[in-house]
Ligand binder design. Structure first.
Ligand code: ARG
Length: 458
């Protein structure tokens, strides 16, 4: 079977080369975008009188027939036609005859493939913004139910100061909000039209790029044809945003794994989101967060992979750039699966409020509050810190918690101590006292929830 570009060749392509250079096994995922781009291109060709209007109409009908077949899964793509662009062009010519050969007038696969990728990432970016919103809703719901749930807050994974569990969960809400903002902002650069750049230098035909941009709902056209066909920044940007997003998911996953361990028992993931062991009948494993944590690796890998592909490339198009696709498609699939799981897993998570409360009672995480108490009585903070350090050491040596020390014991360390120290040390008080803007006091958490609901309503 002869190639669409076969004219200057005297030999058939080596079979191994054909398989090695083909991208159809994966770029068939761009079939709809490829047809969408072609429809706009041929509309413009007809309108500008570059091809007869009847031909443009015939081609559009042909493309529609192919789209319907693609959607029904009736199309057999062929390795011998290398990629999605030539497969569809071949299907078109088979469908409507030689007039189908007019579709590729004034364009190249180089500006075509870039256009397909822009269209594809626009669709996916919009989907991910929606999926992230669903995840945020799950966090908002759990946070609203746990404003007054107190658990230890950690630094260095050592008990630091007690916090509201709602506050802790809302930290993730804001991370996902930034991810959404990054996606939203990236759309500016996704919504740029490369088509019309030709192979690299533009075209001899009197095309109208603005019209194609309008038909495809792009905000702008690339002002430089060489940049248009060489640019993969928008894919790098997507992979970077995805990497940061997966970092957030991975940190969350690590917390879920820790919290659901026998040692912590702060939460229990729903049975429907856990799996068992083939040998140990008692096991209920947090496989989902573990896999989410692990899948972060492949997303980082895809980013590094594409950065490396691009770093040494001269302008303009090089076949190397075909390697932009699998990493992107894999990242899209990974994000899609991860975000779809995350929302219901958080929604159905059981929170063990008693366990959390007990943990807070059995630690020294109220020590800062005793220091602050002495500061309000006039002692400089640095001196207060030293005094409380000694009190904590004394308590550890005497196997007591700070609430269990007698007032006489406190007074051995400073005459400033009085009975009013005790209510200050209760976990609820410790949390409520951190009422500074953005702090963990229930008042502040409620204000934060209000802000979050407003963000989502926009
Ligand atoms: N399959 C190619 C890719 O994904 C399409 C562009 C091919 N262009 C070319 N001049 N060989 O990059």
């Amino acid at each position: 079977m002869s190639k669409l570009w076969g004219g200057r060749f005297t030999k058939e392509t080596n079979q191994l080369v054909e398989e090695f250079t083909a991208s159809i096994s994966f770029d068939q995922q761009l079939a709809k975008e490829d047809i969408e781009g072609s429809m706009a291109h041929v509309t413009m060709l007809g309108e500008c009188g570059i091809i007869p209007t009847e031909d443009a109409e015939t081609i559009k009908k042909g493309l529609q027939t192919i789209l319907a077949k693609v959607e029904k899964g009736e199309v057999q793509f062929q390795v011998e036609h290398e990629d999605i662009h030539m497969n569809i062009e071949k299907l078109l010519i088979d469908e409507i005859g030689p007039v189908g050969g007019k579709l590729h007038t004034g364009r190249s696969r180089n500006d075509q493939v870039a256009t397909d990728m822009h269209l594809y990432l626009r669709h996916k970016t919009e989907e991910f913004i929606q999926l992230l919103t669903n995840v945020q809703k799950a966090f908002l719901q759990q946070a609203s139910e746990n404003v007054d749930t107190i658990l230890p807050g950690y630094t260095h994974l050592q008990r630091a100061q007690p916090v509201s569990f709602g506050h802790h969960l809302m930290a993730y809400f804001w991370m996902f909000e930034r991810d959404k903002e990054r996606l939203q902002d990236s759309l500016k650069r996704v919504n740029m039209l490369p088509l019309g750049a030709g192979a690299l230098a533009g075209t001899t035909f009197p095309i109208n790029r603005e019209r194609v941009a309008e038909l495809l709902h792009f905000e702008t056209v690339y002002p430089n044809s060489m940049d248009a066909v060489s640019d993969r920044d928008f894919i790098l940007e997507f992979l970077s945003i995805a990497s940061i997003l997966m970092t957030h998911i991975s940190r969350l996953s690590e917390e879920l794994v820790i919290w659901s361990s026998q040692e912590f028992q702060f939460i229990e993931l729903d049975d429907s989101f856990c799996t068992g062991s083939s040998i140990m009948p008692q096991k209920k494993n947090p496989d989902v967060p573990e896999l989410l944590r692990a899948k972060t690796g492949r997303v980082y890998g895809n980013l590094i992979g594409l950065l490396t592909v691009l770093k040494g490339l001269p302008l303009a198009y090089n076949k190397d750039m075909q390697e932009d696709k699998e990493g992107m498609l894999d990242t899209v699939a990974t994000l899609d699966g991860s975000l779809r799981l995350l929302a219901p897993m958080i929604e159905t998570m059981q929170v063990n409020k008693d366990k959390m409360k007990r943990a807070v009672k059995e630690d020294y995480s109220n020590a800062t509050d005793i220091a602050d108490y002495l500061v309000t009585k006039g002692l400089p903070f640095r001196e207060a810190h030293e005094v409380i350090g000694k009190i904590v050491l004394y308590s550890i040596q005497h196997k007591k918690f700070l609430l269990e020390l007698k007032i006489e014991e406190y007074q051995q360390f400073s005459p400033l101590f009085e009975e009013d120290i005790y209510p200050i040390l209760e976990p609820e008080h410790v949390v409520a006292a951190r009422n500074s803007l953005g702090g963990t006091a229930p008042n502040q958490v409620r204000a934060q929830l209000k802000l979050a609901y407003e963000k989502l309503a926009k």
